[in-house]
Design a protein around this ligand. Sequence first.
Ligand code: PMT
Length: 325
Amino acid sequence: MSETIEVPLVPVELKAIDPDTYFDHNQPPKNLQWAHDKVIEFITQQDSNRPIALVTSGGTTVPLENNTVRFVDNFSAGTRGSASAEQLLALGYVVIFLYRENSLQPFNRHYSHNSQGMLGYLTPDGNGGVKVKDEYAIKVLNDLELFEKYKGQLLQVTFTTLSDYLFLLREISLILAPLGSRSMFYLAAAVSDFFIPSHNMAEHKIQSGTGDLTLRMNQVPKFLRPLVKNWAPECFVVSFKLETDPDLLAPKAKYALEKYGHQIVVANLLNTRKWQVWLITKHHDPYLLQIPQQELENGRDIEQDLVAELARRHKQYISSVSETQ
Ligand code: PMT
């Protein structure tokens, strides 16, 4: 008979935790002050007529131990976020890219996570040096040129855990808030809904000798609410909704809009997310964007159409806000 270890024991008073309490009970990330200073410096350097986007990308982890050996991860490679950041830059946006460390990054995304690694793109040049293989040369040169072109308009900030993400999201939101409607929040990161408060976590590696492990996790408060209501109330907020059950997708996206009062939910299904997304708004029917299979195979990203449509709506939003002022 195996014993069950319950980790952790969750105090009753933390079950219905609110966002402010969350920050009181969890450790900020080491790069918080750096990110704060860097974002302010970055924004100050930009042309004040340009729109700004905060793009979040990749999945958050939830550690099971304070000295972390094991963690629960949220699915997201960072494709959506990194491809979208590229498109936003191409449309004249300044981009703050808040991404999970080691997930895909703008312009580098085709080279960092493929089966052959970077070396698969290189070949000896015959003179003791190396060069990019002929079949990849145009693509690599194109990405390199874009990377150089936009590096002054792109700031990258990393997170790993849920807690890192939430502290950084709040910090950057508060800095962007005074820019009002000019800022777009593009929340494509996959954020964990469950976590273990740090003071409740096992300090050291959970030992396996005593039998099965039962995890009990607290629900993470939804941070869209304080973001929309308090942190950045005039900004244009696009959240994302990922589901696997098609019947749940539209109702849950609508529910999020009702509950948090932001502008748009981009709804997608796990298995079709690369070629099909719906833009859900409060007062209109879902707006379907999809690209044909053939174009997908030819390397076209749905983010081109998605970002173009969102930028168009963001522009309308900016106009509507300035008319009411
Ligand atoms: O990176 P890829 O592999 O390309 O995949 C892209 C994607 C599928 C991850 C992306 O398109 C996507 O759907 N991202 C959102 C994933 C998701 O399920 O989010 P969610 O249901 O956990 O949260 C919905 C929204 O609420 C998110 O915008 C999130 O910012 C917000 N949220 C979530 C949890 C939480 N505690 N507070 C929040 O505010």
